[in-house]
Design a protein around this ligand. Structure first.
Ligand code: SAH
Length: 375
């Protein structure tokens, strides 16, 4: 699926040479049969596909030099065809006493993306980017300000997860299990605007090793601004991932401004698509709502949201706004936030306030990459 034209659009950054190039193909772009076909093309026995896949997905080894059971003569061609370097670390920061780690990567064409690893007592979550930049232009989001650079390939998405799964496996995340369990598509980009690559990444992350990472579909969350046709298409994929819908306003007047794609698909339409997703998958939809002081946090908006969601398979995730540099907006005061939650619950709607992991390392929403570009 291609990026949908929006009104108003922000101009995409100027790119020399036309369409920005995806990286070379990597084994994580392919299913096992595809990897076997590549091996056959290299004149290698097909079992090498499983061998290399077991290193990458089973043991989280990304460096071909560490795959010591590959005969030296075959390592170079296999590396070139199936294990090109996709992500070069630019910076890794930790905070929250070592429980949160943010990684900034440079891609083969110089584009920057980031991922966050978050440890909790009962689980380890990776937040991945699905695009370099984003074309959705939400005015409170740091990534939205710079426009879209390009889609990430399936393997660029998967490789973020495999890299950070290895970090977790090394015991580097304090107070958390070593085994990565959860992935959220809440980093840079609009996942449903890079539909086929994101779905392939989901399938690879959930395929049992050595084909994939063996995560549970129920432990994956795909977050969207609300691209209605793509939500409906996702509902038909026979996947049981959690859908997160970035609503941020219950009324079209305000949502047209906060989430510009609302000018194309209105609140009622996007909620209809969300209920179709919930109905077909049996999964509760996570409604994301950034609490922005004096913008979307009024009691009447809580009541309106409560009426829209009452009796539906939904859970509201309130996110204290993480103010972006130069923004005129701020987070709602805590008493306002508490009143918002109280009103939602009074309407019979489940609501929780998301923790604010990684704030001090610009852990949320494109800020580290933005800082790197600015320097
Ligand atoms: N494009 C997707 C996923 C990326 S952002 C989406 O919009 O859902 C993940 C979540 O962070 C979204 O709900 C997004 O609206 C929210 N977000 C972005 N910038 C934020 C900020 N400055 N403070 C709080 N939440 C923010």
């Amino acid at each position: 699926m291609e990026i949908l034209p929006l009104t108003p659009t922000r101009p995409a950054p100027a790119l020399s040479g036309g369409r920005p190039a995806l990286p070379p193909q990597h084994l994580a772009d392919l299913d096992l049969a595809g990897r076997q076909a590549v091996m056959a093309g290299l004149g290698q026995p097909t079992y090498r596909a499983k061998q290399v896949s077991s290193h990458y997905f089973g043991r989280l080894v990304r460096d071909p030099a560490a795959m010591t059971d590959l005969p030296a003569a075959t390592r170079d061609p296999i590396t070139q065809r199936l294990l090109p370097t996709l992500l070069t670390p630019v910076r890794e920061n930790t905070c929250d006493g070592g429980a949160t780690r943010k990684a900034l990567w440079r891609l083969h064409d110089g584009a920057l993306v980031e991922s966050v690893l978050m440890g909790y007592p009962d689980r380890v979550t990776v937040c991945v980017s699905s695009q370099a930049g984003c074309g959705m232009a939400c005015p409170f989001c740091a990534t939205g300000q710079a426009g879209l650079t390009r889609n990430l390939s399936t393997a660029e998405i998967v490789d973020q997860v495999v890299y950070l799964a290895a970090v977790a496996a090394s015991g580097a995340v304090s107070g958390a299990p070593r085994r990565l369990s959860h992935v959220v598509f809440m980093g840079m980009g609009e996942p449903l605007a890079n539909y086929s690559r994101v779905i392939a990444a989901v399938r690879r992350l959930c395929a049992p090793p050595p084909e994939g990472l063996g995560l549970s579909q129920r432990h994956l969350t795909v977050s969207t601004v609300g691209l209605v046709p793509a939500i409906r298409r996702l509902a038909g994929e026979d996947l049981s991932v959690t859908l997160a819908l970035s609503l941020h306003a219950p009324d079209d007047d305000l949502r047209d401004e906060l989430v510009p794609v609302n000018q194309r698909w209105k609140v009622a339409e996007v909620l209809d698509a969300a209920w179709e997703y919930a109905g077909r998958t049996g999964r509760r939809v996570s409604v994301e709502y950034a609490m922005i002081r004096d913008v979307n946090d009024q009691p009447w908006r809580a009541d309106l949201l409560g009426r829209l969601l009452a009796g539906r398979m939904a859970h509201v995730n309130l996110i204290p706004l993480n103010p972006t540099p130069g923004s005129r907006w701020d987070a709602s005061p805590k008493p306002v936030e508490r009143e918002f939650v109280r009103r939602l619950r009074a309407a019979g709607v489940a609501a929780t306030v998301r923790d604010t992991r990684g704030r001090e390392i610009d852990g949320a929403c494109g800020q580290l990459a933005a800082a790197e570009v600015a320097s």
